[in-house]
Design a binder for this molecule. Structure first.
Ligand code: NAP
Length: 332
């Protein structure tokens, strides 16, 4: 079978479609014939050696997949060949076949595509954890979402709107019409406008109840300053440090320190998380809540573009070039 392997730290060209051994299912596992695998911004950092917690080279990336059950290991009940399933996996999703523990597999709702299923786990769990668990969003809340037209961003818009919250989003200008069509109150071009000033104007000086920031560096500080009393800044990425080692150090150095005293006196909070390091029970619960919402037709993962697996390098260039809207997926 074929798998896409990261072979060096040379960027997108480090992705090579290679032969890999056929997986065989252990007890309690099933082999999924993958039809679609989600591409995440984190994967692009892995090709540059900039991702904390990546395995040693060479390795197969890929945090999520959707496909059909090809065969099951001993002791597996309730799943059969041909069942359509999707899952989050620790790594290894960019492959034609993957062995997955059956308790991590979920059925794809009727009428939904493999691409949509592969677009759901990482983006929606990230948005769910940030908005519902950490920021405790309420119906009257307002939220500032950075990279709002991206995979996580669009998931966050849907979940925020589902709670009845108002959304302000930052994005490159070409994506603003799309964001406005999605019901965002205002789209802010972070490249030509000062988003902190715009949020001040848009909220009459009050600020927002939550800010979702995967940009890092100075953006964390400005997002904190956008918060209304009792607001929560959720930090979950450092896209501003993705240019290379130097920009990565710069981004960390500029991220700022948040003093507990300032948090107490201003009634503002800061939270951060790394999905890959959250407890499995919490992730499983979040995933099952999201599965129910999707099954009920309350979520609609937006696949912006899908690429055949052999064009994985192209898919990465597209994502890291800030061109994508919604999710990028690979098809096998
Ligand atoms: P994405 O948002 O679909 O793509 C990245 C987008 O970020 C770009 O299209 C670009 O859109 C925006 N961006 C803003 N500043 C950027 C910069 N300096 N360099 C590159 N892009 C920049 O990607 P995603 O996979 O959904 O992930 C979004 C962010 O969440 C990433 O930073 C990722 O690392 C983070 N994340 C964290 C976790 C976690 O567990 N902590 C989990 C998932 C994702 P605009 O120019 O239109 O804004």
């Amino acid at each position: 079978m074929k798998a896409i392997t990261i072979t060096s730290n040379s960027g997108p060209d480090a992705l090579q479609l290679q032969d890999a051994p056929e997986p065989s299912p252990k007890d309690g596992e099933a082999i999924v014939r993958v039809r679609a695998a989600g591409v995440n911004f984190a994967d692009t950092l892995m090709t540059k050696g900039l991702y904390y917690g990546a395995p040693p080279l060479p390795f197969v990336p890929g945090y999520e997949l959707a496909g059909e059950i090809e065969r099951v290991g001993t002791g597996v009940k309730g799943l059969k060949e041909g069942d359509r399933v999707f899952s989050a996996v620790p790594f290894g999703g960019y492959a034609e076949k993957v062995a997955v523990a059956v308790e991590k597999l979920l059925p794809i709702p009727r009428g939904r595509s493999f691409e949509e299923a592969a677009a759901l786990p990482v983006n929606y769990m990230t948005a769910y954890h940030a908005l519902y668990v950490l920021a405790n969003l309420r119906p009257s809340s307002s939220v500032l979402i950075h990279a709002a037209a991206g995979g996580v961003g669009l998931a966050a818009i849907q979940l925020a709107q589902l709670r009845g919250a108002r959304v302000y989003g930052t994005a490159s200008r070409s994506k603003h019409p799309f964001l406005l069509s999605r019901g965002v109150e205002a789209a802010i071009d972070y490249r030509s406008e000062d988003f902190e000033q715009r949020v001040g104007q848009l909220t009459g000086g009050r600020g927002v109840d939550a800010a979702l920031d995967p940009i890092g560096g100075w953006s964390f500080v400005k997002s904190w300053r956008c918060l209304a009393p009792a607001g929560m800044l959720v930090c979950y990425g450092v896209a501003s440090g993705s240019g290379g080692r130097l920009s990565s150090y710069r981004s960390f150095a500029l991220s700022g320190l948040f003093s507990p005293l300032a948090m107490m006196l201003r009634n503002k909070g800061v939270a951060g998380f790394h999905l890959g390091l959250l407890p499995q029970e919490l992730l499983a619960w979040e995933m099952s809540e999201l599965h129910k919402l999707w099954d009920d037709g309350k979520l609609a993962p937006h696949v912006g573009r899908s690429f055949p697996a052999e064009q994985a390098a192209e898919a990465h260039r597209f994502l890291q070039g800030r061109e994508s809207v919604g999710k990028v997926v690979l098809t096998f």
